[in-house]
Ligand binder design. Structure first.
Ligand SMILES: *[C@@H]1O[C@H](CO)[C@@H](O)[C@H](O)[C@H]1NC(C)=O
Ligand SMILES: *[C@@H]1O[C@H](CO)[C@@H](O)[C@H](O)[C@H]1NC(C)=O
Ligand SMILES: *[C@@H]1O[C@H](CO)[C@@H](O)[C@H](O)[C@H]1NC(C)=O
Length: 145
């Protein structure tokens, strides 16, 4: 095992033990997840849900000359997008569904360093909004005054 991979792996295990930032959304929403890491070189976004292993969604590398990010999507671009904010890259998810729930990690590195991770974001559904009561219908059948 190359040393580099062991370091990345143990880093992720430590992150899973610490708390994640909670983000509650409604199904179908368009959401933006912000990355707290800025970099001169590369930002990568990873997703982990309960069934699957860590999956690389997108990585963005900054050109040495023009200083703009170029992206390599590992996933469906109808569903995901990116937005660039200062020296970081936010992940946009269009039409959130249940396969999108779980943990999101962004990692950043500069030219000579290993990928660094901070606190992950845990995406959950906003359960308070998932049950819809039609009060007009309930009044009609006498369940609500
Ligand atoms: C959720 O979105 C993904 C990505 O677009 C898609 O592959 C999947 O079929 C969707 N699942 C549901 C339940 O809509
Ligand atoms: C990369 O270097 C910049 C300064 O040039 C610094 O602000 C940033 O935090 C560094 N990012 C990482 C991931 O090391
Ligand atoms: C609520 O129920 C009433 C009566 O059954 C119906 O006319 C109305 O269209 C319903 N509203 C919605 C938003 O479903």
């Amino acid at each position: 095992f190359p040393k580099k991979y062991i370091l990345v792996f143990t880093g992720l295990c430590v992150l899973q033990e610490i708390s994640a930032d909670l983000r509650s959304v409604s199904p179908g929403e368009i959401i933006t997840l912000h990355c707290s890491i800025s970099t001169d070189y590369e930002i990568s976004w990873f997703h982990q849900n309960s069934e699957q292993q860590m999956k690389l969604l997108v990585s963005a590398a900054r050109g040495k000359l023009d200083k703009s990010f170029s992206y390599s999507f590992n996933i469906n671009t109808d569903h995901y997008d990116i937005s660039e904010i200062s020296s970081s890259v936010s992940l946009v998810i269009k039409g959130v569904n249940d396969t999108d729930l779980g943990l999101y990690y962004c990692g950043g590195r500069n030219y000579s360093s290993l990928l660094q991770f901070r606190k992950p974001i845990r995406l959950t559904f906003n359960s308070g909004k998932s049950i819809y009561f039609n009060t007009t219908a309930l009044k009609k059948v006498g369940l609500l005054l």
